[in-house]
Design a protein around this ligand. Structure first.
Ligand SMILES: [Zn+2]
Length: 312
């Protein structure tokens, strides 16, 4: 195991083996990619929200029984908790589009349940989605967020409603919420099955959860393989539509809706992502920057999946 002298979190970096969050211990797994990071890569900046992908990842494996993809081994939980506490929130520029994207899926959830007054978001960053939930008519919104810097950036409207912590049992009263949301969070947690248990306890019977994250079986993930931005040291688990459904069903939920996400992005940002020769892309981006077209926002499917499930 790699070790190094103290750099904030611990004198020595320690790693722990992981097991399939659906099947439990003792099930063989197939190696997809060997680890490619150096101990000096382990910094809070690497664990900050939506930083640019840099192709650094743990050893990735796939459960031979259910197909769930995970990192193995991963940093111990205390170190991970430290890294997320010290991480930053650097995507204010994108929050208007994220509000629009997440808001569309919240509207889908609301169409499935008559009583929707209280909502909890896990990993809420600076609380931009909590403001969206208030705008859609929720009267009580709460958030859980490990990054102190993100909470400092929150609007005064929601800041006091955010707990600086990771989701765990006992943080909220049993049955307190009508809805629990997780956006780009479920693939970062070391024990997703435990997070689901805590979500289930926080929901009233019949309450709904909305979960949105990467799809390990998306076209781009298949094409780019190890070079895909989702193969990343921040991700402890990666899900397909089938493994998402299985882990929610195993956790005492009934899956009500599932599908591919259409994210809202500006035309300029999408052009930035498209694989084009540098000269051509430079010319296209220059033209877009000078015109209003580059600022137009459009919904496109970019390899995320969503699931809405009810507490049984
Ligand atoms: Zn499994």
């Amino acid at each position: 195991m790699p070790t190094r002298e103290k750099n904030g979190a611990a004198d020595t970096l320690t790693f722990q083996a992981t097991e399939c969050a659906i099947c439990g211990p003792g099930i063989p797994a197939q190696e997809l990619y060997p680890a490619n990071f150096d101990v000096d890569d382990i910094t809070p900046a690497r664990f900050s929200a939506r930083r640019l992908p840099d192709r650094v990842h743990y050893r990735m494996v796939k459960c031979a029984r259910c197909g769930l993809v995970r990192s193995d081994p991963v940093l111990d939980e205390a170190t991970l908790a430290y890294l997320y506490k010290e991480s930053t929130f650097d995507y204010e520029a994108e929050t208007a589009n994220l509000k629009a994207t997440y808001g569309r899926y919240l509207a889908k959830l609301r169409s499935l349940s008559r009583r929707q007054e209280s909502l909890l978001e896990i990993g809420c960053g600076d609380g931009f989605f909590l403001e969206q939930a208030l705008a859609q008519g929720y009267t009580t919104v709460r958030g859980v967020e490990p990054s102190e810097a993100a909470i400092r950036d929150a609007s005064p409207v929601v800041r006091d409603q955010i707990v600086c912590d990771v989701m765990r049992p006992g943080l909220f009263r049993d049955g307190e919420f009508d809805a629990v949301c997780l956006f780009q969070v479920f693939d970062h947690v070391p024990h997703p099955e435990a997070v689901l248990e805590a979500c289930r306890a926080a929901l009233r019977p019949g309450g709904l959860t909305l979960c949105l994250n990467h799809n390990v079986e998306s076209v781009s993930a298949h094409l780019m393989k190890e070079r895909s931005p989702i193969i990343d040291i921040e991700h402890t688990y990666l899900y397909s539509p089938a493994t998402m459904r299985r882990i929610f069903e195993a956790g005492g939920f009934k899956v009500l809706k599932q599908g591919h996400v259409r994210n809202t992005y500006s035309v300029g940002y999408i052009t930035h992502l498209v694989p084009l020769p540098a000269r051509v892309k430079g010319m296209a981006l220059g033209t877009l920057q000078r015109s209003r077209v580059g600022k137009i926002s459009v919904p496109v499917p970019l390899g995320n999946l969503y699931l809405i499930a009810g507490r049984l």
